[in-house]
Design a binder for this molecule. Structure first.
Ligand code: CU
Ligand code: CU
Length: 376
């Protein structure tokens, strides 16, 4: 709780409750280099592990799973991860009465499509995506025998060149290359360097089976290649180490944290974050289906991107654990149509892909919950 004590002098100086003074504790160069984020991550990890002392939940220091940044995972384990995802692309779809989805991997896309209007810019955003990524990890393990760590993507490390990221460099230990370069008018955002089909590495032969969300029947069979349009300017502008760190440090409560993370312009404080890290990470990949709000999980790197979103949430929560187990916001996207506030006792049923939970169960990644994981 040394972190909180640091806040007090600033509060006494009359700093606003926005917490903007928090960043003032750190030299800008340490924010920009990622040093501060590393320290915050370490503090959060220690705080989470400390909760395991004497815990009776069955989650222990010995069996807790440690999620790792892609480049900190050895090559053979990265390959095993890509193979496990490809294995999920061969397991059967679990939704009935849909013509497009063919595989278990596809079923995750159906689930996300169905819940999109309720789980973005709403009370449920962070906790839904937490259980969603975890359920995906569970399927990799139970259906495809994956035993390695669940990876995440720290975008800020690639803000200099997404094209050269070990996730996208097209090598055998990547998750496939950029899309083929197409002429400018066919790219997805200014600054994109691909736009066409992935040309090499894992997922070069992956067929996207349905979507886009603008189709007359978005769940109808519509086989096509995986397209990417890697975009370094978007990554460096909106998903840098500075943006990631400031989002954590300048968000005193959950309402502002999720607003800053998603660039929710209903909060004036969030406007400076633009696309914000959530949009920044998505649109640094872009393409089809990566740039599709409803079907982005049909892009395999979605799970690493949302792993990093969940890691930020994990860090933010654990920097002030006692006060950061709350929910804020309504149950519709941008509160359209207007709806009631979400509560932690609301139920979340993600069958047939996954289980049935209350949101309260999803707050603690090492608690008496489905979860037993931390971020390194
Ligand atoms: Cu989503
Ligand atoms: Cu997202």
């Amino acid at each position: 709780m040394g972190f909180l004590k640091k806040l007090v002098p600033f509060a006494l100086l009359g700093a606003s409750l926005q917490g903007v003074a928090l960043g003032a504790d750190y030299p800008q160069e340490d924010v920009d280099s990622g040093k501060v984020l590393q320290q915050l991550g370490k503090t959060a990890l220690d705080t989470a592990l400390a909760r395991l002392e004497g815990s009776t939940s069955g989650c222990t220091k010995e069996n807790v799973r440690v999620r790792k940044e892609w480049r900190n995972i050895p090559g053979p384990e990265r390959t095993a991860y890509a193979n496990a995802v490809q294995c999920l692309m061969e397991k059967p779809n679990v939704y009935e009465n849909v013509t497009g989805p063919r595989t278990m991997f596809d079923s995750f896309g159906v689930l996300h499509y169905k819940l999109t209007p309720y789980v973005h810019n709403s009370a449920y955003f962070l906790l839904f995506h937490r259980i969603y990524v975890w359920t995906f990890e569970e399927k990799l393990r139970t259906l495809c025998g994956y035993t390695g760590p669940m990876p995440y993507w720290e975008w800020g490390l690639d803000a200099g060149s997404v094209e050269n990221s070990p996730i996208f460099d097209g090598s055998e230990t990547s998750l496939g290359s950029n899309g083929e370069k197409v002429n400018g008018s066919n790219t997805f955002f200014p600054g994109g360097t691909g736009g066409g089909c992935v040309t090499k590495g894992p997922f070069v032969n992956y067929t996207v089976n349905f979507g886009p969300n603008t189709a007359a029947d978005p769940l109808a069979y519509n086989p096509r290649c995986l397209k990417r349009d890697l975009n370094t300017p978007i990554c460096s502008q909106w998903a840098s180490l500075r943006n990631t760190t400031e989002t954590i440090l300048e968000s005193p409560d959950i309402a502002l944290f999720q607003a800053n993370l998603q660039g929710d312009f209903r909060w004036p404080e969030a406007r400076k974050f633009g696309f914000a890290v959530h949009g920044g990470g998505h649109f640094a990949i872009a393409g089809d289906p990566g740039g599709d709000f409803y079907f982005s999980p049909l892009e395999p790197v979605f799970y690493l991107h949302h792993g990093q979103i969940d890691r930020m949430y994990f860090i933010w929560q654990n920097l002030d654990w006692a006060n950061r187990q709350t929910m804020a916001g309504t149950i519709t996207m941008m509160n359209m149509p207007a709806s009631r506030n979400g509560t932690l006792d609301d139920a979340l049923d993600i069958s047939p892909v996954g289980g049935n939970y209350t949101f309260r169960q999803l707050l603690d990644t090492v608690g008496d919950s489905p979860f037993c994981f931390v971020y390194e």
